[in-house]
Structure formats: C-alpha cells, structure tokens
Design a protein around this ligand. Structure first.
Ligand code: KIV
Ligand code: ZN
Length: 513
C-alpha cells in the first residue's frame, strides 16, 4: 500500500484572495460541493473573522459538505479563534487553522514582536484552540525565510500544545525545490514528533513559478498534506495548482510512490466550475486544464498521435474527465442533444432554464457553423438560462473608422426600466463603456481588458474579460459574442451584475496569505 497524501484545498480561502475572484455564499457552496465530489480531504472554506459574509459562507459550507474536513482560518488571536470555531463547529469534521509569522522580517516589521513573544503566543493560542476543537493545524507563516532553529523549536512546542498538522508555507514563493526538500528533511530530523504525532503539510505560492515543483519536492521529503487550489488561484501569482500536483502524482506514480483520494475524472468539471464562479479564465496553455492541454497542432505531432497516442501524450484526457469525441452541435441540433452536452459539461439546468438556453444556442448556431463546448460554456457562464439579472443589455451598436469619431448607441434594462443613450470615446469599445457609465450613473475604473477567440475560424466567438474597480472593489466580467463590441458590452454588464449579487464583504476584507 502506498502512503497517502492529503489534499487540502484552499480555493475558497487563499484562492478567493485573488483580486477580483470573490464569491458569494451560493457560489461558495457550489464550489464546496464540487470539491467534495472531487474527493479533497480538507476544504478551507474561508477566514471567518474577515467579514460577516465570509463567516456566513464558512458556516454554510460546514453545514453542507459531509466527507471532507472543513477548516476555518484564524490568526493567533482569541477573537479570530472564536469566530473560526463558531463558523466551523457544525461541520462533521471541523478544523481550526491558526497561523503566525516566524520569519525575522515578519516578526520585526509586521508583528512587531520578539521571537520569544511569538513563541509564547503560538503555544498559548494553539492550546486555547485545542480546548475548543480536536483538529488543530498550525502554519508558520513565511516559514521558508525563517531561522531553521526557531522553526524547529516552535514546531515542537505547538505539537506539544496540541497541533495535529504542521504547515510549512512558502508564503512568498521564494524557495527552490531542492532547498525546500533539504529544509523539510532537516525539520523532521530535528522534530521527531513530526510524522508521528503531527502531519507535515506544505503550502506553496507561485511567485517564481515553483509552487507545484516545491509541493512535489516536499512530498519527496515526507510531507503528507499539500495545500493547493483549483486552477492555481490565490494571492498574487497564486498557489500550487491542485490539478497539477494530483496529475503529477498519478502520472509519475512509480517515482513518487504515494496516492491521493482525488477522483481525477472530476478535475475538468471542477476547474470549469471554479473558473465560472470566480470569473477567472484559465489560460489556454495551462497545464492539465487549459484548453490546449490535450490539443495537437503540428503535423508531426498529429501524425505521432494517430500512430500511437503515447508518443505525445503523457496523460489521457479521459482521466481528467474530458470526452475524447466531441458531439458536433450546430443549427440543426435539437434540444435533447443540447441537454446531454450541457450535462456532460457539468451544468444542471432546469427545464425552463434549458428552454431559455436553447433559444440562445439557436441564435449562436445561426451565426456559427459549429458550436463548440467552449462556446456553450461561455454562454452558460454569461448566465443564459439563469434568472433575470439587474442589468440587461438590450442593444449595442458602435461605429468607428479612419477619420471618424467613434460613437456608440446603447439600450439597457436596469431593474426593468429601459435606459438608452449614445456617446463617443477613444475607440468603439471605449465609446460603448463611456455611454454605459453615463446611463447607469457609475463610473468604474477599467483596470483590465482582454479579448481572445474562444474557438478557431473567422466566425469564432470573441471572449472579453474586463476588470474594473467600483467602490474599492475589483470586479471581473466576461462576455462572449461573434461581434467583439457586443462581447465587450456583455462583459461590462456581467461585471455590473456581479456587483449586485450580494457580495460577502461589507467594506474591505482583511486579506492574509
Ligand atoms: O501563504 C501563507 O502563508 C498562508 C497561510 C495563512 C497558510 O496562506
Ligand atoms: Zn497562502
């Protein structure tokens, strides 16, 4: 029997800390259910003290999932621990996850505490948390820039105080794989209770693109829990990607000699679920879950694949839940075929929603020869088939060209009331955005705009992703259409609707790494 590595998923906590990725309660529950189906061992559902919305979301997740442990994050402070405990205590298997910085830099500048004070605080707070909950995890924040002697001393002491998981985060994505392996071997040699009384865990950030490599190096060194997120979401450059770690362990099983509980066939579905809930698109060439991960372009590769798949594929697309053969959908396809395809993509539409979606599908199929899975996902993510949104785009039109002032005309329905107007801008998209801003009386600052073709060909749908700052909050919106001006307008409206959907944080959310 191979030893087991526990998958601690922090998509709903560290992942949600990606700028623009915040989730409301309903979305958190949906993602948590996806994670449970995926087979993760621990779901870190949030940071309960950070906002009333996050508290309620963690509580809801705790009440919803049954198999995974549900963890709530807390600083080493009584109020944090109390809030985290209140939020997770109704879970079947609750966990309190305490963290405190141990690096000289963080202790001096962030905490303004001496190492002795940090040591005492960690031990006292682990003891206090242990009085509430049996399952305590302690994270030594910025562990990889900490003094190894101090790290070992505090590790041994918090295990003695009751911690059952010791997490060694590479908080700023600084360490290199061979260094990390050496650090962890040294720590285990200094603290014999690691591995017997407590599980060694790691949590790697991707600032230098090393998060997956570092997590795997840690497993080689004896770590038996890895913290990661779906699609590698997370602070700054993100966390180690769950799908990369799991598929590396599966594909190179003989090398690593460990197993996980993950049902890999759920990977693709959950990746799409997270991308759609957070509005964070997955880059096409992303390992394992990117649209190109199983696509072959060059003639030499295609020839090799046709002769023997293994020539250029180290993983089987079916192992992550993709279908080998695509059903071609077009304007002659019926409701039944569409329903099957939509279900296969992991969406569960009611009959009414399917009817609405079918009409949208037909409109698109009239414009495109073939409707691909990506087209359907884009339409579904826009909310086709979903209940009415606050902002509805009824009409948009823009004119531009050499020697012309770009002009736009827009008609919106807001809370059922029709608003229409026209305006100018630096380009057609700018003209549309300026006009919309005037109509809705909000003037968001556009912080990002990206456009990509979802599928190939000149009739491809363009997918626009916008990021905007409204009242101190970063919002992401997506829209797809064969006309990029329409796609841009839809993305803007999508972001405005996200603003309306009861977001958790009232005021600014406290963010930790
Ligand atoms: O990156 C980090 O150090 C964290 C801890 C809270 C585990 O996210
Ligand atoms: Zn982190």
């Amino acid at each position: 029997m191979h030893p087991e590595v526990k998958i601690f998923d922090t998509t709903l906590r560290d992942g949600e800390q990606s700028p623009g990725a915040s989730l409301d309660i309903k979305q958190k529950i949906e993602v948590a259910q996806g994670l449970e189906a995926l087979g993760v061992d621990v779901i870190e559902a949030g940071f309960p003290i950070s906002s009333p919305g996050d508290f309620a979301a963690v509580q809801a997740v705790a009440k919803t999932v049954r198999r995974p442990v549900v963890a709530g994050l807390a600083r080493c402070a009584p109020a944090d621990i109390e809030a985290a405990w209140k939020a997770v205590k109704s879970a079947k298997s609750p966990r309190l996850h305490l963290f405190l910085s141990t690096s000289p830099l963080h202790m001096e500048y962030k905490l303004k505490k001496t190492p002795d004070e940090v040591f005492k605080l960690a031990v006292d707070m682990v003891r206090a948390a242990r009085a509430l909950c049996r399952d305590i995890e302690f994270s030594a924040e910025d562990a990889t820039r900490s003094d190894p002697d101090f790290l070992a001393r505090i590790t041994a002491a918090v295990i003695e105080a009751g911690a059952r998981t010791i997490n060694i985060p590479d908080t700023v994505g600084y360490i290199m794989p061979s260094e990390f392996e050496a650090l962890l071997r040294d720590l285990q040699a200094r603290v014999p209770a690691l591995g017997t009384k407590a599980v060694l865990s790691v949590h790697c950030h991707n600032d230098l693109g090393m998060a997956t490599a570092n997590s795997l190096a840690a497993i080689r060194a004896g770590a038996r829990q890895v913290e990661c997120t779906v699609n590698g979401l997370g602070e700054r450059a993100g966390n180690a990607a769950l799908e990369e770690i799991v598929m590396a362990l599966k594909t190179r099983q003989a090398f690593y000699g460990v197993t996980t509980h993950i049902r890999t066939r759920e990977i693709s579905r959950v990746s799409r679920l997270v991308s759609s809930a957070t509005g964070m698109a997955v880059q096409r060439n992303k390992a394992v879950v990117g649209a190109n991960a199983f696509a072959h372009e060059s003639g030499i590769h295609q020839d090799g694949i046709l002769k023997q798949r293994l020539t250029y594929e180290i993983m089987d697309a079916k192992d992550i839940g993709l279908q080998e053969n695509q059903l071609v959908l077009g304007k002659h396809s019926g409701r039944h075929a569409l329903k099957r395809r939509v279900q296969g993509l992991g969406y569960d539409l009611s009959e009414t929603a399917l009817n609405v979606f079918f009409e949208r599908f037909k409109e698109l199929a009239d414009k495109k020869k073939e409707v691909f899975d990506e087209d359907l996902v884009a339409l579904l993510d826009e909310g086709a088939g979903a209940p009415a949104e606050v902002y509805v785009l009824e009409h948009v039109q823009a004119t531009s060209g050499t020697g012309m002032v770009p002009t736009a005309a827009v008609r919106l329905r807001v809370h059922g009331q029709v608003l229409q107007g026209s305006g100018t801008g630096d380009g057609p998209v700018d003209a549309v955005y300026q006009t919309m801003a005037e109509l809705v009386g909000k003037h968001p600052k556009l912080t990002g705009y990206a456009i990509k073709a979802i599928t190939g060909g000149t009739d491809a749908q363009g997918e626009v992703t916008v990021q905007m700052l409204v009242n101190g909050r970063t919002l992401t919106g997506r829209g797809a259409h064969t006309d990029i001006v329409v796609a841009s307008a839809k993305a803007y409206v999508n972001a405005l609707n996200r603003l309306e959907k009861g977001k958790p944080a009232q005021g600014k959310k406290f963010r930790s790494r």
